[in-house]
Structures are given as structure tokens and as C-alpha cells.
Ligand binder design. Structure first.
Ligand code: ZN
Length: 138
């Protein structure tokens, strides 16, 4: 559903631009420190552990699990009609990385549900979104 009122991300910030460029190609990427081999999330110029500068991005599979969630009933912005279910997704192959997303409606979750990324192409930005998948499927 087209929604003109949505707030779109800034895609030109030097710390996050590669994330948005990869999303445009339908790839989910996570920034890594080459020195200590840890994800740098949220992405920033320097590793928070060893302080090395890093420009390394690695592909993620796009599979994850619902780590936490809340059902939003009170609408605070015209671009986000309620109800919707806000989810925090733990990535399957980068488990310390959790990304926010939302699912339409009131989704009866218990936690741990498998989800898969999909890419919503808008005019100037592609947004990674999540959908529930059957257990054992992808
Ligand atoms: Zn490091």
C-alpha cells in the first residue's frame, strides 16, 4: 500500500550509505570490524571495541527470528496507521545484530518465530522489511 506520509531514512550518511546501497540491490549487509571480527552495529566509522576504522560490509542471509515485539495501538504519525506489530529481529548469521521492523496488524507472536527479509522498493530508497516464514522454510 502506497503511503505518502511515511518518514524515509537518510541514505547519504557516510556511516550507513553502504547499507542502503546494498538494500537497493536486495542485499542485507552488516558492517564488521576486520580486526576483531565483530559486527559494528549500529554502523559507525570506528569499532567500539578496538577503535580501528572499518569499511568492511558482509552479506547477511536475511534470515532471522523474532527477538522481541510490541503491538502498536496508538497512532502517533499519519504515515503509520495502527494497529501494527513492531518487531526486533535477531539475524540468524549475525546473532548479536538486531534490526527493527514492523508487520501489519496485530500479529500473535510468542517469540522466536522465523522471519525472512524482503525489500520494499520506494522511489528513492529500498527498505528491508520482514515477513514471517513457516518453520523449516525460508
Ligand atoms: Zn574491532
Amino acid at each position: 500500500m502506497k503511503n505518502e506520509n511515511r518518514v524515509l531514512p537518510v541514505t547519504t550518511d557516510p556511516d550507513t550509505a553502504p547499507f542502503w546501497a546494498a538494500a537497493r540491490e536486495e542485499r542485507l549487509v552488516i558492517k564488521y570490524c576486520e580486526e576483531c571480527d565483530r559486527p559494528i552495529h549500529l554502523p559507525r566509522a570506528y569499532c567500539p571495541v578496538c577503535r580501528r576504522r572499518s569499511d568492511v560490509w558482509r552479506d547477511a542471509s536475511g534470515s532471522g527470528r523474532v527477538y522481541s515485539w510490541t503491538i502498536v495501538e496508538h497512532q502517533v504519525h499519519p504515515g503509520y496507521p495502527t494497529p501494527y506489530t513492531s518487531v526486533l529481529v535477531e539475524l540468524a548469521d549475525h546473532r548479536s545484530v538486531r534490526l527493527l521492523g514492523s508487520l501489519p496488524g496485530r500479529v500473535p507472536l510468542v517469540g522466536g518465530e522465523p522471519v525472512q527479509v524482503w525489500f520494499e522498493h520506494l522511489e528513492n530508497v529500498t527498505i528491508p522489511q520482514w515477513r514471517l516464514v513457516e518453520a523449516g522454510g525460508a
